[in-house]
Ligand binder design. Structure first.
Ligand code: AHR
Length: 506
């Protein structure tokens, strides 16, 4: 059996893990909003103000911190005034990006804010720069966040919302290097600066403005943008990176039917994100040495062929143990870079791409990716500590990838009693064939104190949940008594594990 050692240094605290790293993304795309989240008040599916209760409950269990909306590509075609006021008067449009369906705008600003209130998460509003106007953007921010007697505030009140909402996160433009207007970076930077200037802070509302950053490894975009903006203009720039098994949009492959080689190729592609993050951060470090501007990975996840028989424009895909591993690898990487990454939003929350939840009429299933977000949620708002694992390799044919991935955090100081610290360790084993025995080592000055709660997700890599068998892939939970400063844990092949325990200085 393979063996490895995980070293943890609880005294070396590194960075705060922003809860927003565990954020999600919801777009008017396929069955994400309609069916997946919003069914309308007259639906037989149990709902509150038209929003599915089962989906809200599942997302609340994840402690979902932030939700991005209304797109994606849809955002740069979205005109917010179409989505307010009496539903029967709302403008119907063609959703040209996603299947050419009729968008009746029955889910608009008020409904989205209601969703965020039900989930208890922060809204992240993606503002239209591609086909919108500065006035439209400025008006939306005023409509949502201002108090007073302006015409827009009166309109909001007339539409049923007396108090302004708090909106911290706004992104201005989406993929403006591509679907958001095919702009050059210097042109976009000028447009961005003009737009952001007129998005005002009303009534004590503070804005965290996010500029459209690069696609994958487009370092040119980052250096052009970063050399034209400063922290007065933006608090963050976005990064989009999708995991494509072959690295190519034309050959994505099936979400469920893949070979061992395709699996390792997918793992290798997903791990590229770390080099890409480091590459952009190097440029950002040069142009913003005081680190005033953060990196916001506001679209990431696996992208495969749509499920056979479904609308190609709806991006509906299944979700296997391969996706659980992908989620764990990415979240461990984001934790490790939490000094510079302030938010990340997996694409997307329901029924689209690497979703948390899939729905079919009144039924829902939680995907293996959901399970990983559940297992990792204790990292939210915790402090990353120094850790390292002896690196083993795995793979097949000409593909070699690291077998193990980890990150370790301790809960905020005020939540720790005396010199006992609560610690969360998350691990993934990417190998399809070999389990590993891991010795978890604390420094001599520390020891584990009593119970460790161990959550394990482990199944055959092709396993997934269906509406008939919703618990094919399911966490197992065990409790063990841990003491001394070394513990041995067996991590099976193709698994994700989370350990919650306490440690004490001796
Ligand atoms: O998530 C699907 C699409 O991928 C988004 O709309 C777009 O921003 C990206 O290209």
């Amino acid at each position: 059996m393979k063996k490895s050692t995980l070293h943890i240094n609880p005294d070396k605290t590194l960075s705060h893990i922003a809860p927003e790293i565990y954020g999600q993304f919801s777009e008017h795309l396929g069955r994400c909003i309609y069916d997946g989240i919003f069914v309308g008040e007259s639906s037989d599916i149990p709902n509150t103000k038209g929003i599915r209760n089962d989906v809200v409950e599942a997302l609340r269990s994840l402690n979902l911190p932030v939700l991005r909306w209304p797109g994606g590509c849809f955002a740069d075609e979205y005109h917010w005034k179409d989505g307010i006021g009496p539903k029967e008067n709302r403008r119907k449009i063609i959703n040209t990006n996603w299947g050419g369906t009729v968008e009746d705008n029955s889910f608009g600003t008020h409904e989205f804010m209601e969703l965020c209130e039900q989930i208890d998460c922060e809204p992240y509003i993606a503002i239209n720069l591609g086909s919108g106007t500065v006035q439209e953007a400025a008006d939306w921010v005023e409509y949502m966040t201002a108090e007073g007697a302006s015409t827009l505030v009166e309109l909001r009140k007339k539409n049923g919302r007396e108090k302004p909402w708090k909106v911290k996160y706004i992104g201005i433009g989406n993929e403006n290097w591509g679907g958001g207007g095919s702009m050059d970076a210097d042109y976009y930077a000028s447009e961005y600066k003009r737009y952001q200037q007129f998005c005002k802070e009303y009534s004590g509302n503070t804005l965290y403005k996010i500029a459209c950053g690069p696609n994958a490894d487009d370092y040119h975009w980052t250096s052009e943008l970063m050399s034209r903006i400063n922290h007065w203009h933006a608090k963050g720039i976005s990064l989009h990176y999708y995991t494509l098994p072959s690295g190519n949009f034309d050959q994505k492959g099936s979400s469920t039917d893949f070979t061992e080689k395709e699996y390792y190729a997918t793992i290798s592609q997903t791990l590229r994100i770390e080099e890409i993050i480091k590459g952009h951060l190097r440029i950002m470090d040069q142009l913003d040495p005081d680190h005033n501007i953060d990196l916001v990975v506001d679209e990431w996840g696996a992208w495969y062929d749509v499920e056979p028989g479904t609308n190609p424009g709806f991006l509906y895909q299944q979700n296997t143990m391969r996706d659980a591993i992908i989620a764990a690898l990415n979240l461990n990487i984001f934790n490790k870079h939490s000094d510079r990454i302030s938010m990340a939003n997996i694409a997307q929350v329901v029924n689209v791409l690497q979703a948390m939840i899939l729905t079919e009429d009144a039924k829902i299933i939680k995907t293996p990716t959901y399970e990983v977000f559940y297992m990792f949620k204790e990292h939210q708002d915790a402090t990353l500590v120094e850790s390292s694992i002896d690196s083993l390799s795995t793979g097949c044919e000409d593909i070699t990838v690291p077998a193990l991935s980890e990150s370790v955090s301790i809960e905020k100081a005020q939540e720790n009693i005396g010199n006992i610290k609560k610690i969360t360790i998350t691990l993934a084993n990417t190998s399809l064939s070999e389990g590993t025995e891991i010795e978890i080592c604390l420094p001599n000055s520390y020891q584990f104190t009593s119970e460790a709660s161990i959550s394990l997700l482990h199944e055959e890599v092709h396993a997934y949940n269906t509406f008939e068998e919703p618990e094919n892939v399911k966490r197992t939970e065990i409790t063990k008594i841990w003491n001394n400063n070394k513990q041995v844990l067996y991590l099976p092949a193709c698994s994700v594990c989370r350990i919650k325990c306490s440690i004490q200085q001796v």
